[in-house]
Design a protein around this ligand. Sequence first.
Ligand code: TIU
Length: 733
Amino acid sequence: MTKMANTSPNGTMLSFDAKPYAFSFPLEHTALLIIDMQRDFLLTKGFGEIQGGNLEAVQASIAPTKKLLEACRAAGMTVFHTREGHKSDLSDCPSSKLIRQEAAPGNTQHKLVIGDKGELGRLLTRGEYGHDIIDELKPIPGEVVIDKPGKGSFWNTTILHQLKARAITHLIVSGVTTECCFATTIREANDRGFECCGIEEATSGYNDACFKKSTLDMIHWSQGLFGYIGSLQPLLDALSPLSGQGVAANSTPPQTPPTFDGDLTISALQRAYKRGLSPVTVVEAIYQKIEAYKKIDPAVWIHLQPRDAALDAARQLVSTYPDRNALPPLFGVPFSVKDSIDIAGLPTTTACPPLAHVPSTSAPVYDKVIAEGALFIGKANLDQLATGLVGCRSPYGIPHSVYHKDYISGGSSSGSTVSVGANLVSFSLATDTAGSGRVPAGFNGIVGYKPTRGTISFRGITPACLSLDCIALSAKTVSDARTLWQILEGHDSLDPYAKPEMGFERHINSIGPQSRAFKFGIPPPEALAICSPPARRMFNETMSKLQSIGGVLTPIDWSPFQKAGQLLYDGTFVSERLASLPDDFLEKNRSALHPVTAQLMDAVVARKSSAVDAYRDLQAQALYTRQAEKVFAYSDSGVDVVVVPTTPTHWRIDEVLADPIKKNSILGEFTHCGNVLDLCGVAVPAGTYPVKELSGEEGDEGVLPFSVTFLGGSRLDAEVLEIARRFEEGGKV
Ligand code: TIU
């Protein structure tokens, strides 16, 4: 057996005997990945009993996996759990998985399928009792749980992102079943560059006698085709010297509470709290420092929490989390907040008293760190309106660099960075528009991290320049900033500048013959009132046709489509047409222009739209785009397509000549929104109607075409085109 522990540029390197040769892994870059140890697979009357039957075989891995989990936790290793299962409407369950086995000729085994009611709840369905992880291996705070619709762990999940966010490159893999999700995950992980080692005793399946050995052999065959396979004991031996680093299982409490060494980095506090340090001790120590620092620099705080309130919060944490082996990642970590970020019940001043307001709700960033156990200490000074990089623009005084009283702290997040640099708190929630989180970090010797815009909610914050603003994290180390980022990152559907949710692709059923139904929305009656009588009649007939081919009419919020349409021609977007022309174009070319074009251009010039108007419209566009994305969301309430009449009517030429601009704009009622909202769309013929139905003239001969447009969300072209084809072909699959 090879066993070694040494430190290298990667931190602690460990190694243990495995096939085809020893598995070496950097502890800080390695995660334990436990696959699908769910009641549905391991207990009687669950999905596994139907699928594979042999529960005795599959249960054999529970005890070794528990040992493995405890050892990894004790060594401070990152832990990921997965759960296989589906949304309650089964929209993420392709028919290849839902019905293939049931459809087998002579099937007697698969009487119940995914989503059917079993004794542990609906089979493999999220939120059901059977879907959750068995009690023995229950995740603790800080461990990541990945819900996956596939056998592998990477399809339509955030696991790759979450592993990379934690800088994980190596995986110790366990769980059920060896032949299925365990093996598929190792193969997927291998393709993505992870070094994987499966642990023989900590995996099992329904058919261990035939499959387990072959499955494991295939992984390490040919000098490591997909990865490594090791045994449990050598790994436990390799980890045992590190058992003090994380949570010591069953360790006895120390006789005297540990003293606080003053190290406020998040990682040091996490270790100290696990050893029994009380957050009350930390609060007492930092309030002494805060009082002392007021004499050095009285301009750090706009609001300091009363000491007793902070002590109460610390005591509350102690009673909420009695098990120090299962603490949330920011348990007892003190932090400050830039005073442009809302906290319910406290004034937000943005260092501009006339703008001060007392919000009734807190910014999501604040709520998130509080939910992970952080301790709020106070609101920090800033350059007024978060505008400035100096720290000298506040009626609450001028903080100076923690390095020198004559030098600026930098801004605009001046108090935030000083509070961290002076070791008064562990981190601060700040903002960065043009450098406000980075510049003052530089002047105070700390880390200032500005994550990708739109990946952390910017709601509940007084904007400086909304389309450019983002959260900045003031921290002592990069690793602390990374920890905070992992906690704060996430799509906020109410933040119009949020980046779209991570792209979960729809499975192949959404374009394939298996798709038995699709959901569509239409404009409300008030919006359709603009249509001519034949257009309304034809649109109603289209609804029936869509329903006959499996369309399910679903209510939608039409307002973003309507408002985005108005924005295009009532707002400043028309000015952008002028932006593409030379400045003197209109003057020089008026006589050569069509009179209606000249009239339009002149109207645009006459509006004298300002840059402020243009930015307001860009902000509105962002908001409507985000709202429209919700209409097409991959969720229970989202639709596959929105169906609209392509035009509300069909004008005669003389009608248009008589009223060129208005008639034109009416025709765009259902198309204007398309590009403003970044949608895709396809117009499809939907029958004809008699000319006389439109004109009201009995003598008019002939017919006119009617058309409907299928609008879909950004990048959903394949889905939209397939639904449109089925409509065109009368439901042919
Ligand atoms: N069918 C089977 O053996 N397993 C699964 O469906 N999922 C897992 O392996 N977790």
